[in-house]
Design a protein around this ligand. Sequence first.
Ligand code: UGA
Length: 435
Amino acid sequence: MNITMIGTGYVGLVTGTCFAEKGFNVTCVDLNEDKINKLHNNIMPIYEPGLDKLVEKNVADNRLSFTTDLKSAVSKSDLVFICVGTPENKETGHADMKYVYGAAKEIGEALQGFTVIVDKSTVPVGTGDAVEKIIKETNPNADFAVASNPEFLREGSAISDFLNPDRVVVGTDNEKAKSMLANLYKWASDEGFSVMFTARRTAELIKYAANAFLAMKITYINEIADLCENVEANVEDVALGIGLDSRIGKKFLQAGPGYGGSCFPKDTMALVRTSEQFNSPIKLIQKTTELNEARKLNMVGKIKKAFNGDVKGKDIAILGLTFKANTDDMRESCSTVIIPELAKLGANIKAYDPQGMEEAKHLIKADITYCDSKEEALKNADGLVILTEWDEFKNLSVKEVTDLMKGNLFIDLRNLYDDKIMKQDSKIKYVSLGR
Ligand code: UGA
């Protein structure tokens, strides 16, 4: 089968490359000529471990190519995946659908022979119906079906998530589309992964319901962490104690400074708006979004408290800027809230991140110093704050840190260190979450 991926963002590029790796012929299309030229030279538009190697291999094997020519790619394809962005409309909280609808129109103009258009972008319930309508209006004679196949990959581990999916969800009532998509995911069923077929609207909702549930789980453990601090309990033991119950599960119970990224904040908000629109408000998720926003600011209070109530004039080293490790993505990262607030309170910030510095310069609205290494950031600091769980921040030596810094405050907002060991070390004052 020939496959076209529309959009070479995170989802389109990673899944397109992985489909090629599974033996299909894949063409990735993007309007952005510069991006396509770079991909021709194996320069990735995003940082994702292992992606450059996989792209190089599949291009060399002639299964993966890149183009700006949507018409030609679509006309030769059996399956066309829509993988364009659905950013949050900041005024309404709804997902902005202009890229999806624009792609649908262009696909409609190019269709030849029976084609399945598969929506992989995260889209509100009913988008499949709207895409179908646009294509019918654009090209009344087109022979096509529209399906939904939501994506569950995590940034930073996207390739292994694709190759070892917890499940694959396909939403369509069209038998021909069903059999083509079953063929596309035959490797997954053969390897024992669940491939689930359902109605299109249900598939669309599964994606939002999954992301919102995970966001709620994180918010819950963050609130438990706060309670742990007040009752002198340990949040990690609580997380393990509840997570060992298979009905709850151990994953996504890591207390942190508030979730970020391009998905949870936008998708929770979009689910809230959809639920209101259809007169079934999901108040749990509404509250989750509010609590998560408040948490990022609460972290400033925590840092301030550790500095005895005042950060004015303090030199603070920030380690980690991206919303999580192994990505260069800065979108909705807690650093974009915490750092400007600390700067406003008069702190002097020196920051370092292994991959996110370029993006950070655009997204962090504060006058801070960007450093080339963690050592440079730590030099002469009164304290350090870990915001992202990069491997290189997991094994800092207390001696090296205290030799570099003039102060001794070690604030770990990812609980990367053993608190018992750290609290026994008289050279530092260690602060973490819920322990
Ligand atoms: C998330 C979902 O996990 C994916 O399944 C989904 O496909 C993706 O969104 C998407 O919709 O495209 P991602 O945003 O890459 O993936 O990152 P996550 O690993 O889910 O982390 C999101 C945020 O939650 C990060 O800020 C992370 O630090 C935080 N987090 C995660 C915690 O604070 N605690 C945890 O236990 C887990």
